[in-house]
Design a protein around this ligand. Structure first.
Ligand SMILES: Nc1ncnc2c1ncn2[C@@H]1O[C@H](COP(=O)(O)OP(=O)(O)O)[C@@H](O)[C@H]1O
Ligand SMILES: [Mg+2]
Length: 240
């Protein structure tokens, strides 16, 4: 379970996160929706300690990660898969190498076990046959799949995905969203996705949060949000 309490973050005079309070249940898929520049990425980066808040706390399974040192954070990060918006694969490594690298770095698995694990995950994300390809040889959708595979290769119980559908066509967006849903359920991962893609957010979310100017202005299920009479929420859902 992830508990976010009174999270505040400013860059200079710009307040980007404004008193965010949120509980994310184990195994839940929460989608944080918001317009470009609303603070989605900044929010997500706080959850793995890439950014420190000015004030507030983030508890992961009861442990506040804010006071942790960089070294202590590394341990926490091993348990969190993060799909960066840009994918962040190593361009000079093949798909197979991109996936085996974290296993070599962070586990004691033998080469044979690593090979088997990579094969399993490649099959989970539907990338069979692309093992020896370099990122530059992959389509946008395949790159996202490879990056997602890398995010989950260490069996993280928490999966964070930053705008997984950005830059993809509608069909590919739907595919990657369904894949995230499937993976989250298969591994019972607590999943936080940021998105401005309302169709796919609604498809996969257990709950959705709407963020505007760094504040959560709505939180609930698809049904709750859709039936809201709040003008701000209505406008937001029609617009994005
Ligand atoms: N490292 C940073 N330094 C200064 N401003 C930043 C930094 N990161 C993000 N911002 C600002 O914070 C706001 C929210 O950014 P971001 O979380 O990336 O939005 P989005 O919802 O599009 O992901 C933007 O105005 C952005 O310019
Ligand atoms: Mg962003």
């Amino acid at each position: 379970m992830i508990k976010i309490m009174h999270l505040n973050k400013s860059f200079g005079i710009q307040r980007v996160l404004n008193d965010i309070n949120l509980d994310i249940a184990s195994g839940e898929i929460l989608v944080v929706m918001g317009e470009s520049g609303s603070g989605k990425t900044v929010f997500l980066q706080h959850l793995i300690g890439l950014l420190k808040p000015d004030t507030g706390a983030i508890e992961i399974d009861g442990q506040n990660i804010i006071p942790l040192t960089e070294k202590e954070l590394l341990k926490i990060r091993k348990g969190i898969g993060y799909l960066f918006q840009e994918g962040a694969l190593y361009d000079f490594m093949t798909v197979f190498e991109n996936l085996s690298f974290p296993l070599q770095e962070h586990t004691k698995l033998t080469n044979h076990q690593i090979r088997e694990k990579v094969k399993e995950i490649i099959s989970v994300v539907g990338l069979k046959g692309a093992e020896e390809k370099y990122p530059s040889q992959l389509s946008g959708g395949m790159k996202k799949r490879a990056a997602l595979a890398r995010a989950i290769i260490l069996d993280s119980k928490i999966l964070l995905c930053d705008e997984p559908t950005s830059g993809l066509d509608p069909q590919r967006s739907r595919d990657i969203s369904d894949l995230i849903l499937g993976i989250s359920r298969k591994f019972s991962s607590t999943t936080v996705v940021t998105s401005h893609d309302i169709t796919n957010s609604f498809r996969i979310a257990d709950r959705l949060a709407l963020i505007k100017d760094g504040q959560i202005i709505a939180l609930g299920t698809k049904k709750e949000l859709e039936s809201s009479e709040d003008q701000e929420i209505k406008r937001f859902l029609l617009k994005i």
